[in-house]
Design a protein around this ligand. Sequence first.
Ligand SMILES: Cc1ncc(C[n+]2csc(CCOP(=O)(O)OP(=O)(O)O)c2C)c(N)n1
Length: 335
Amino acid sequence: MAYMSKKDDVPEMISHIGKEKVLEALSSMLQIRHFEIRGEAAYSHGQVGGFYHSYSGQEAIQTSFIQVFGKKNWFVASYRCHALALLLGATPNELMAELYGRSTGNAKGRGGSMHLYTDRMLGGFAIVGGHLPIATGAAFSIKYLKKKDEVAVCFLGEGAVAQGAFHEALNLASLWDLPVIFVIENNQWGMGTHASRALCFSEAIAEKQASSYNMKSYTLDGMDYFKCYSGFETIRKDVLSTSRPVLVECICERFKGHSISDPALYRSKDELRSIMEKDPITRLTYHLQQNKVLTEEEFKKMDKEAKQTVIEAMAYAEKSPWPSPATLEEDVYAP
Ligand SMILES: Cc1ncc(C[n+]2csc(CCOP(=O)(O)OP(=O)(O)O)c2C)c(N)n1
């Protein structure tokens, strides 16, 4: 079943969600954006190594998801995972220290940008599609342990839809009635390849694919916090009442290249300009100001605080120690 949230009435949504919670969402989205901006800057100055995939532009999706579902679920993400870790409670300090490769980092400096964790986040994963079966497994454990209020969620890019693991994970989730939500964040590009050159269905992906797995599908505007929030509320009720998996597609834009080493020259300047006009943070701020929930001064203060937190995280990372070579073989799992 295709679904596009019909709740377009922003004042109604603000009173439904509550002003405080909506402001918290804006604050989280600003925190994510500033983290990405500064993290990329640190990378350019040689302070961060490895890969770097920015979540800029996609903030409304995971922010609204966590608000609706809460943190007490099982989460897996692709390598584009900084935002999810932040939203689930990892501190900017430990995340920045991880990017810097320091021992105070989220994974003791061993994982870097693509491998972040919390007590409920089973990881960011570098292998495209490789994390989908892990979400199915987490949902199996929820069902086995009879945890009625929990779900497993997997955030994936549309590029992962072409992987074999997608088929296996969705088939088993449906066959076994598992409470798992597969959220395709369709930013239309898999590295430099447009979805239309990689997928036999590049439009309405969730709607078309879900029927193959006897699943429901939902399509949401991933650039709009309120539409995502309202859509995820419906999805939560659905999954918790049926214990059935669902396939969700959030149509969104990736503001930066695939990773920091990608200048994204395959998008023209005009295209990029119209993409940036859809900025979910600008859109949410506009609505909050229009509805007198936020003044310009309050916004500036919130923005400054988010920036300051990240600057402090960079200072923390910089003065943190490197992992000792003596610990090289610690935390290595070899069955
Ligand atoms: C199995 C596998 N094949 C190829 C790659 C190389 N690769 C890394 S990211 C990526 C594109 C994935 O795009 P998408 O799933 O749409 O996610 P996005 O980066 O847009 O969030 C590719 C092909 C990989 N990491 N794993």
